[in-house]
Design a protein. Structure first.
Length: 301
């Protein structure tokens, strides 16, 4: 049998039943959003009919019970951000170690000059809050290009005005071009980590993000000098935060960006993104697994 189980979980993978003497290390990207803190985003009023809502409520209850019970099959938890680590502790009552997920920064490059458009790269899921970005840019009248697809596509296209362009799914090479040429990335959702902002920064482009969740750990905001430790950052800014998840707050952030674009240096932004490069991830996760493996079997003996 196996003596090491490594699971990568955003849903059920951590629930694997390991052999009796095997160590199970689980890298958790999020506890199940749709049965915990994002339940109402997925199944709230107007999203499902009455009968489906009743069935989902019952099913979600049992899925929460299973989710907590199966967490006891894990010997060591890794979280992909401090934000996720807090949720693991809240829902599973377990401690975890944070290792940020890998971004292949070598895939992205800088361009000499930005073009006159903002960019969103996202799945069209309710919690991504693309709706507030569309409302904000409807009112601003600035150009916004949206790359992605998903369940909310028809609703989002219906409310968007002519200054907003939906580009659908794009291949990696095309995506790279849009990243490098946008004025800034718009990131209105609360994510567990958020790969997209790091990809934009690897392209030398600033990020205008909702100041909550994983973005707080990856973006250095120009308009707020406090971070998680409440110490003033000496690092160069890589973006701007808005602190209310509303169109009004995003509008103010975009206006602030328009007035302060000169503050952002593309080389500094890319250098910051390199902290999340896959080479660093590979080294950290290899060392972590070896350390926990040795500790586990030393204690067994």
């Amino acid at each position: 049998g196996y003596d090491l189980i490594l699971s990568s979980s955003h849903c059920v993978a951590k629930g694997i039943i390991p052999p009796p003497n095997a160590i199970h290390i689980s890298y958790v990207h999020t506890p199940m959003r749709y049965v915990w803190d994002s339940y109402h985003h997925y199944f709230g009023k107007g999203r499902v009919n009455w009968f489906s809502g009743k069935v989902i409520t019952i099913f979600a209850h049992y899925l929460r019970m299973w989710d907590v019970a199966s967490s006891n099959r894990v010997d060591y938890f890794m979280a992909n951000s401090n934000h996720v680590a807090k949720r693991i502790e809240k829902y599973y009552r377990r401690k975890s170690d944070v290792i940020y997920p890998p971004v292949d920064c070598d895939k992205f490059s800088l361009s000499e000059k930005a073009e006159d458009f903002y960019l969103i790269v996202s799945a069209f899921a309710p919690y991504k809050r693309i709706d507030i970005a569309i409302e904000a840019f409807n009112r601003l009248g600035l150009r916004l290009k949206i790359i992605g697809e998903g369940q909310d596509e028809k609703n989002l296209m219906r409310i968007a005005r002519q200054n907003i362009e939906f580009l659908g799914w794009q291949d990696d090479n095309t995506l790279k071009e849009y990243y490098s040429k946008c004025k800034a990335l718009i990131f209105p959702g609360e994510e567990d980590f958020g790969i997209v902002p790091v990809e934009a920064m690897a392209s030398g482009r600033p990020v205008i993000a909702y100041g909550k969740g994983g973005a707080v750990e990856t973006v250095i905001p120009l308009n707020a000098w406090t971070r998680g430790d409440n110490q003033k950052s000496e690092e160069k800014s890589t973006g701007i935060f808005f602190y209310e998840q509303t169109a009004e707050a995003l509008i103010e952030a975009v206006k602030f960006f328009e007035d302060n674009q000169i503050e952002f240096d593309r080389n500094s932004i890319r250098n910051h993104a390199l902290r999340f490069d896959r080479k660093i991830f590979k080294e950290k996760i290899r060392n972590y697994i070896m350390e926990k493996y040795e500790d586990f079997y030393r204690n067994k003996n």
